[in-house]
Ligand binder design. Sequence first.
Ligand SMILES: NC(=O)c1ccc[n+]([C@@H]2O[C@H](COP(=O)([O-])OP(=O)(O)OC[C@H]3O[C@@H](n4cnc5c(N)ncnc54)[C@H](O)[C@@H]3O)[C@@H](O)[C@H]2O)c1
Ligand SMILES: [Zn+2]
Ligand SMILES: [Zn+2]
Length: 377
Amino acid sequence: MKAVVFKGPYDVAVENVPDPTIEAPLDAIVRITTANICGSDLHPYEGRAPLEAGMVLGHENMGVVEEVGPGVNRIKVGDRVSVPFNLACGTCRNCNDGFTSACLRANPSGDPGAGYGYPNMGGYWGGQAELLRVPWADFNLLELPAGSDFENDFTMLSDIFPTGYHGTELAQVRPGTSVAVFGAGPVGLMAAYSALLRGAYQVFVVDKQTDRLTLAEQLGATPINLADVDPADAILDATDGFGVDCGVEAVGYQAHDAAGEEHPEMVLDNLVKAVRATGHIGVVGVYNPSDPDAATESAKEGRIAFNYGEAFFKGISIASGQCPVKKYNRELRDLIIHGRATPSVIVSHELKLDEAAYAYDNFDKRADGWTKVLLKP
Ligand SMILES: NC(=O)c1ccc[n+]([C@@H]2O[C@H](COP(=O)([O-])OP(=O)(O)OC[C@H]3O[C@@H](n4cnc5c(N)ncnc54)[C@H](O)[C@@H]3O)[C@@H](O)[C@H]2O)c1
Ligand SMILES: [Zn+2]
Ligand SMILES: [Zn+2]
């Protein structure tokens, strides 16, 4: 099959690799119809999360089931499915508690949590390819209506729609709350979209990419350009000095200022300042336990020196982590089917799998207008 293979930093290629096969009775093989490029793919792409050469990339996958192992009895050949980016056993303690993002059995290293095509997540090949092997298929796969309707909406269900929604869940967004989302990348845009779905009365979105801020405004949010103003001050000014109820971090460890200089503590500091006393922050932007190329010595060891003192003093709750996709994907699917959500509004490019190198290059540069890229094998 053809697949997007990681060759080294800033180097991916579409190559022929062996087809995946059923390796365990609960496996399924999915023929991919759409696989997206994610901001998380850029961490290994830039060499900022070391990945072995030869890995097939891609954790935002959907398609049609091509083959199932002898132990699979819910999912059938021919089913159209969304594949959550977390890969989980369904029976361990964390899976039983709903934290498929921290499955205790899926990652052979023993670390909690596994995924496709990503460093330290179990070594599973990704789905930017013609075919994908899905372990524990009955548990992991979400069924979709047959056909091709809503393809570009459903493809958001494997990661960024649930992840943006999870950010608002962690930030305790309820009807009648005000929200600040930092980052207008795909995840931040989905967080803003989710906050509005959940009944927030005002949503600020902070970034410096004007194309992404324009999209945030089209979704109904209030854009704030960090190149023009101090974003926390702007949010305080707009809320009579009170601050917002809820803050979502959708940037991650490569947070930078308007000049492009990295400050890994910057967004957390801004959120602690902009969220009201006793408010809530949800962090879905990724921070890593080790980052050898980080901007500061402490950040190299995952120590992010943000203003925890002020956060404590204000009694702000901070929750974080990978999104347990299965917690949300069925309900978000049904919002799509019933016309109440259209997450495809952020899609900027639909390209052939063969165009992956060109797509990675432009998405990595945050080239103007490159918001969300879908690859069609
Ligand atoms: N927790 C999860 O389960 C999960 C899932 C998917 C992605 N993620 C993470 O979410 C983050 C965002 O992903 P994405 O796909 O939207 O990526 P992205 O890199 O395209 O978007 C990040 C955005 O943040 C902006 N930004 C940089 N510094 C900023 C600052 N100081 N203030 C405000 N905005 C700033 C950038 O301009 C960019 O538009 C990444 O860290 C990604 O790894 C987490
Ligand atoms: Zn992703
Ligand atoms: Zn498990």
